[in-house]
Write a new protein. Structure first.
Length: 597
């Protein structure tokens, strides 16, 4: 009989949580997990041999995206913490499901902190683990290794480091509680508001003999399932039914495809314009629907009598500057984001429920009122006509801007041309993971996302987009996954490590670098504060200049991807076509586009 230890408890918890993957960045505390994985693989191979099958182990060697049922999660070795965590975020973005992430000590946790904070902002469930030593080599039992004494301890323990940027953080102080704590942590991560949780798994705990207690598969967390109480739904029905100039604002609801559909149904029923403000981070309403009112909430909210915030954390700015005097109705499962230090929603009413079931309940309440003639349908039709006219005007402006941008024969490329060409060439089912800064609104507008998941913005600090895109690709199978990224932001990404993971695990991406050779956003901030300052008059470059950056195509090629450079508009479409062909053939392609702005 093999003596099980903490490594087996970790694997068992990951398996019982239904994790498809363990995203890991190596550290010496994980020896017990590697031993358990090797034992699992050997047992698989022996079983396959006994069955006379020539096939390889289903658990360890399956190709990416192919998780053999019943064999537990697949383990991915990743060469950077940002990558390990961001891949879990990207995977959750597509599947909605939490995974396990193993990092190293407080050091790896600190390196991964930016991406863990990003997961918190994005509401990506995951269990992040890393270790410390509790005995430093003086305790009886296996030697943890002198590095824990010499180099790795942090006062207060790594859970104190993790606490400010996770939903919950604690240490598993004994092997007897390890499985139960990890499993509860995973369930906690998946419940609203979903996000990362942290468990400190000390080396000695992982190395200790483990006697499995009651193990059980986790009940699948019912995401997006809470619906408001009947009185609150009735209140919302009254407000919607009596509003003359309502407007809907939405930031993330479309992460749930059912919420996307429910929002379309409600908006169309009453002809309510829908705005995806600057704070929107995923496609939540079809951009080609005439009720889509663009990305500016203030012009509509100013004259509205009802503003409905569906899952919005920061619909306007400055926070207390609510435009106009409308009644504000907030529909949200957890309206006050516990991770935000300051948030002003100016709500008059809260309706507490997840978007899909709550919007559906409101729509169901409105239909009989409409049928009974209690809602002014003439008003609805006038609104519909007004929105159609405004939409036609906005579309004409968009198309004209694209024609103009695409007509340029020489010199650098207008970002509008890049977004429009990408829309045309990437295919309707491609997913765009956007990590641009000053170009994000151009991309959101010209991509014209019409389906949930088509567009998502990387939240938190710079450098996570490549990992998020790789994680999305892991979940998206054959669909093309595109990372759009600013040139400065690209330099924050672990590029060689990401390209290595893309090759190792068969996850080809299209990366489009929006290269204006600078941190343009930093200049905007500077000129806002010092419009007539010496910096401006002397054309200084502090904090902005990126003219010394390496050639992104050459760097990509050196790391094993296909590298392309576009310096003028006529080259754009043919180069993107070549790059997409590379990706379809299995190799990541990086297209460095020199921009006008
Ligand atoms: C980890 C991290 N470091 C620094 C910043 C501050 N920051 C925000 S945007 C930006 C510049 C981004 O440059 P680029 O990607 O070229 O976009 P552009 O401003 O040119 O549109 C910086 C440095 C940040 N957000 N995150
Ligand atoms: Mg830039």
């Amino acid at each position: 009989m093999v003596q099980l230890d903490g490594g087996d408890a970790v694997l068992q918890a990951a398996r019982d949580l239904g994790a498809d993957y363990i995203f890991s960045s190596a550290g010496s505390e994980w020896a017990p997990v590697w031993e358990a994985l090797a034992r699992r693989d050997a047992a698989d191979a022996a079983a396959a041999g006994a069955a006379g099958s020539a096939s390889a182990s289903p658990s360890g060697r399956a190709s990416a995206g192919e998780v053999a049922a019943g064999w537990g999660p697949r383990y991915l070795d990743l060469a950077h913490e940002t990558l390990a965590v961001a891949m879990a975020t990207g995977y959750a973005g597509v599947t909605g499901r939490g995974q396990m992430v193993l990092l190293h000590a407080a050091a790896g946790l600190l390196q991964g902190a930016n991406a863990i904070h990003g997961a918190l902002l994005s509401g990506a469930p995951m269990v992040v683990c890393s270790g410390e030593s509790t005995g430093y080599g003086d305790a009886a039992g296996p030697d943890p290794g002198s590095q824990w004494y010499r180099n790795l301890s942090v006062v207060g323990g790594p859970q104190a480091v993790a606490a400010p940027f996770t939903k919950w953080a604690n240490a598993a102080a004994d092997v007897s509680v390890l499985y139960g704590m990890l499993k509860r942590a995973g369930e906690l991560a998946a419940q609203a508001p979903a996000g990362p949780v942290y468990v400190n798994t000390p080396v000695e705990v992982l190395l200790a003999p483990w006697k499995p207690a009651a193990v059980s598969p986790a009940p699948a967390a019912r995401a997006n399932a809470t619906v408001a109480v009947a009185e609150d739904v009735a209140l919302a029905v009254r407000l919607f039914g009596s509003a003359r100039r309502p407007v809907l604002a939405v930031e993330t609801a479309g992460r749930d495809p059912e919420a996307f559909a429910a929002l379309v149904e409600l908006a169309e029923l009453l002809a309510i314009p829908v705005v995806e403000p600057q704070s929107a981070v995923s496609s939540s309403f079809p951009r080609d629907n005439p009720l889509h009112a663009g990305g500016e909430l203030a012009p509509l909210a100013k004259d509205a009598d009802l503003v409905v915030l569906v899952g919005c954390r920061s619909p306007w700015y400055p926070p207390s500057s609510k435009p106009g005097n409308a009644t504000v109705l907030v529909i949200d499962e957890v309206a006050h984001r516990p991770h935000m230090a300051y948030q002003v929603l100016t709500a008059d009413h809260y309706v507490g429920g997840a978007a899909a079931p709550t919007l559906r309940a409101i729509t169901a309440g409105l239909r009989p009122e409409l049928a009974a003639g209690l809602i002014d349908t003439g008003l609805i039709e006038r609104r519909r006509a007004e929105r159609a006219a405004a939409f036609a005007e906005s579309e004409a402006a968009r198309v004209a801007a694209e024609h103009k941008a695409l007509a340029s024969a020489e010199g650098p490329v207008d970002p509008v041309a890049v977004a429009a060409t990408l829309r045309e060439l990437a295919g309707d089912d491609a997913l765009v993971i956007d990590e641009t800064i000053t170009h994000s609104r151009v991309i959101a507008r010209h991509l014209m996302a019409a389906a949930p998941g088509r567009y998502s913005y990387v939240q938190g600090g710079l450098g996570q987009g490549l990992g998020v895109a790789l994680g999305a690709k892991l979940a998206a199978g054959d669909r093309l996954v595109v990372q759009t990224v600013g040139d400065g932001t690209w330099l924050y990404n672990p590029v060689p490590q990401g390209i290595m993971a893309s090759a190792q695990y068969g996850l080809p991406l299209l990366v489009v670098v929006f290269n204006n050779h600078k941190y343009l956003s930093m200049r905007f901030n500077l000129t806002r504060a010092y419009p007539q300052g010496t910096y401006v008059t002397t054309k200084s470059g502090y904090g902005v200049d990126l003219s010394a950056q390496p050639d992104a195509a050459a760097v990509a090629a050196a790391a094993g991807a296909a590298g392309f450079t576009v310096t003028n508009t006529p080259e754009l479409a043919p180069t993107l076509e070549k790059a997409i062909a590379c990706v379809r053939a299995g190799q990541t392609a990086v297209v460095n586009v020199h921009l006008t702005r």
